[in-house]
Design a protein around this ligand. Sequence first.
Ligand SMILES: Nc1nc2c(ncn2[C@@H]2O[C@H](COP(=O)(O)OP(=O)(O)OP(=O)(O)O)[C@@H](O)[C@H]2O)c(=O)[nH]1
Ligand SMILES: [Mg+2]
Length: 208
Amino acid sequence: MGSDEAYNFVFKVVLIGESGVGKSNLLSRFTKNEFSHDSRTTIGVEFSTRTVQLNSFTIKAQIWDTAGLERYRAITSAYYRGAVGALLVYDITKHLTYESVERWLKELFDHADPHIVVMLVGNKTDLESERSVPSQEAKDFADKKGLMFLETSALESTNVEAAFNSVLAEIHRKVSSKEVMRGPISAVSLNSSRSESTEENRPCCRNI
Ligand SMILES: Nc1nc2c(ncn2[C@@H]2O[C@H](COP(=O)(O)OP(=O)(O)OP(=O)(O)O)[C@@H](O)[C@H]2O)c(=O)[nH]1
Ligand SMILES: [Mg+2]
């Protein structure tokens, strides 16, 4: 009923990259304007939505997040199914997280639609003095692979809007020009496999 219920497209976008690079904080910054200094590793799959206005279109972004660590990851094929965009995140202060980008790309292209819009995202630019991945190197790599590229800081809110919005705009451009897969994605086949409020995590206990 509310105006935020009306939209023209739903785009599923997935977050991928090594553990600790800041995927969950990029998501919470974009969808809730929140940042957590001591966020725990994601377990299973979570997703959040945010509706954005792009020219005369209302686009609902459904953004999926899972753990970078293999043992906590969701079933891979289900995670990528129906995704029309991806943010492949590394930490600019941890070179190893950048070195693993090729492996993430392979996994992505093994499971996702070949036309998926992908942005390489170097996160944590607020830690410039600890930088170990030069911007130009990552930019050149992204160009070579045909990926979009931006550096962000979820902590300082730098480029977070720009990163998600440019991916959504590019998806919209492709969908409109019929280069890609169909528009609205209606079915969601996975639920969050665990939430903070499960019985075992509740702070309280049984009455005795
Ligand atoms: N300085 C700084 N720290 C950040 C930034 N983004 C995330 N962090 C911190 O990095 C740590 C990991 O962030 P998460 O968002 O949980 O990382 P993740 O990629 O979701 O990790 P997994 O769920 O384990 O895959 C947390 O301590 C965050 O506070 C950032 O932009 N700058
Ligand atoms: Mg996470």
